[in-house]
Design a protein around this ligand. Structure first.
Ligand code: FAD
Length: 393
């Protein structure tokens, strides 16, 4: 059976569902979303203790749409009555939207093969074949963990493999990576009475960057300061120490760093080294600049017009759109582009723009002139304090 559609969307996370709603607002019909698992499944896999670092607040009627909302009329803060929402609460918010708007989503139906053809794209699943004029890939990054760019990375456990930090049974942990996931893991393990050594190639906790995609969020930095103050002997925070190799010698893991220091761990180190691009599973349909995918001004593949990407791996002018409030600004751009492709009028620019769902001024959102001098609250590394219990001679 072949089904013909205006658009097919792959992935029922915030980007896929958000795009589906933007298409609905634009009046575009015959849209289907395929989800290989269940709605919001990436969020359901988050460690139990993890929270969205971007705060939620219901400011929608004043055109300050909740930072984590995927449509102008909904708010995760309103839904969960919380500011920093857990993964399972965010998945509940997504499910509530799907039910409320009665969205055409097929769960447990994974896209196995995507093939461009003369009329658009065909998608093969284990249950059916679909044909659509346009396709939006919203497959997410969470299923593509990056173990770290060093020899012996196979000796690490990736941070995304933990569903609950209480499952970590050892008294000490080595964490590789000092950005959001690394500090989040350290915060939770330290609150569970563990001793943590955190190794980072730079010092994100003291970064002066204005872009939240390049520096620690205020929420995470605040929690880092909290554990440093409350438990000064539990955290060794070691910046400017890139891990270059891990060797396993009998039952020990020996961690070599760029600074020449060696660390010895009795357990597998935890690698909090991020994720590969969400476009990796459809790599061949995209043009790449090294590990960075190239996009048209409408977030399409430069190789296959009509094939769009929505989500955190979007990059324009060297800036990452890796937060919901960033990539949702492109839902309207994609909806407008699809409307044009199927010859449908699109008159929504003003409304969508005011609410943050159609940002097409890339000059504005990839450059910030609003720098004001920040208060200097430098976090001092453990090396500089001479607290470094885990080094080898
Ligand atoms: C640990 C972590 C913390 C984060 N915290 C924040 C935060 O606080 N605030 C923020 O704004 N952003 C945060 N992000 C960024 C985050 O990636 C995005 O906000 C969000 O998860 C991206 O949404 P998505 O819809 O692109 O991907 P996902 O939510 O991962 O959804 C992708 C969906 O696609 C499905 N899928 C994949 N392949 C197929 C296939 N072949 N066929 C069918 N379905 C498929 C998956 O099952 C999944 O359900 C965080 C990310 C991570 C990893």
């Amino acid at each position: 059976m072949k089904i013909n559609l205006n658009s097919i969307i792959i992935g029922a996370g915030p980007s896929g569902i958000g795009c589906m709603l933007a298409l609905r607002r634009a009046g575009i019909d015959k849209v289907l979303l395929l989800e290989g698992n269940t709605v919001g499944s990436s969020f359901k896999r988050w460690p139990k203790q993890m929270r969205l670092i971007t705060p939620s607040f219901y400011g929608n009627p004043f055109f300050c749409t909740d930072l984590n909302a995927i449509s102008p009329n909904t708010s995760p803060a309103d839904h969960s009555k919380k500011e920093h929402i857990s993964g399972s609460e965010y998945a509940d918010y997504l499910s509530a939207i799907v039910n409320h708007y009665n969205l055409n989503i097929r769960e447990n139906e994974k896209a196995l093969e995507i093939t461009p053809n003369s009329t658009g794209f065909s998608v093969k699943t284990a249950k059916a074949n679909y044909n659509a004029t346009t396709l939006i890939w919203a497959g997410g990054e969470f299923l593509n963990p990056k173990l770290g760019n060093f020899d012996g990375n196979e000796f690490c456990t990736h941070s995304s493999e933990f569903n609950d930090w209480k499952d970590y049974k050892h008294d000490e942990a080595f964490i590789i990576g000092g950005y959001e996931s690394g500090i989040d893991a350290a915060y939770n393990l330290i609150n569970l009475n563990k001793k943590v050594t955190l190794l980072s190639s730079d010092q994100p906790w003291n970064s002066k960057s204005l872009d939240p995609s390049e520096t620690l969020s205020p929420y995470t930095r605040e929690r880092l300061l909290e554990i440093i103050e409350s438990y000064p002997n539990r955290l060794s925070l070691i910046g400017n120490s890139r891990v270059v190799r891990i060797k396993k010698i009998s039952s020990k893991y020996i961690i070599h760093t760029s600074s020449g220091k060696l660390f010895e761990s009795d357990q597998k180190p935890i690698s909090a080294t991020g994720f590969h691009s969400a476009l990796n599973p459809i790599k061949k349909l995209w043009e790449w600049n090294g590990s960075i995918p190239k996009f048209t001004n409408d977030d399409e593949s430069t190789l296959y017009p009509g094939l769009y990407y929505s989500g955190p791996s979007l990059v324009h002018r060297g800036s990452k759109f890796c937060f919901i409030y960033k990539f949702r600004g492109r839902f309207g751009v994609i909806a407008r582009s699809i409307a044009k492709r199927i010859d449908y009028p699109y008159n929504h620019k003003e409304i969508e723009t005011h609410r943050g769902f159609l940002i097409d001024d890339l000059e504005c959102c990839t450059k910030c002139d609003c720098a004001v001098e920040s208060k200097d609250t430098k976090i001092v590394d453990s090396d500089d304090l001479d607290i470094n219990p885990s080094t080898m001679n």
